[in-house]
Design a protein around this ligand. Structure first.
Ligand code: RB5
Length: 140
């Protein structure tokens, strides 16, 4: 899969864990920054990742900030984006199965690296169930 990834200064440490995991799993990763701990504005990075997904340059995106909240709010301003903030394996799976989430948001100050890796793996491995769930996501 082609995966765009972006973070702010609050998310950079976790991106350093998630990005190599994606590569190890065989995905093609497009890093949209940031790549330093200097303070930056997360909506810029949310936008860059969303654009790659909306333009179909990438299949899915991952956004990481301190809590994941700002990234998910910013990403969901885009009508073609269904961004899900997930900090456990169940919601990661359901965000794909029921909501066809095309962006996963993570909070680096909320979740540890080990669980984050499992959440990412589950999110990438789960397919959309379609059926009634397709009708529902088409309503928003
Ligand atoms: C940055 O300090 C922090 O506000 C940001 O990473 C994120 O948590 C916003 O939602």
């Amino acid at each position: 899969m082609k995966i765009a990834i972006g973070c702010d200064h609050g998310g950079i440490d976790l991106k350093k864990v998630v990005l190599p995991l994606l590569e190890k799993l065989g995905h093609e990763v497009y890093d949209q920054g940031t790549n330093s701990t200097d303070s930056v504005d997360y909506p810029r990075f949310a936008s860059a990742v969303c654009d790659m997904v909306v333009e179909k340059t990438c299949d899915r995106g991952i956004l990481i900030c301190g809590t994941g909240i700002g990234m998910s709010m910013a990403a969901n301003r885009n009508n073609a984006i269904r961004a899900a903030l997930c900090h456990d394996i169940f919601t990661a799976r359901m965000s794909r199965e029921h909501n066809n989430a095309n962006i996963l948001c993570l909070g680096a100050r909320v979740i540890g690296p080990g669980l984050a890796e499992e959440v990412v793996k589950e999110w990438l491995a789960t397919d959309f169930a379609e059926g009634r769930h397709l009708r529902r996501i088409e309503m928003f």
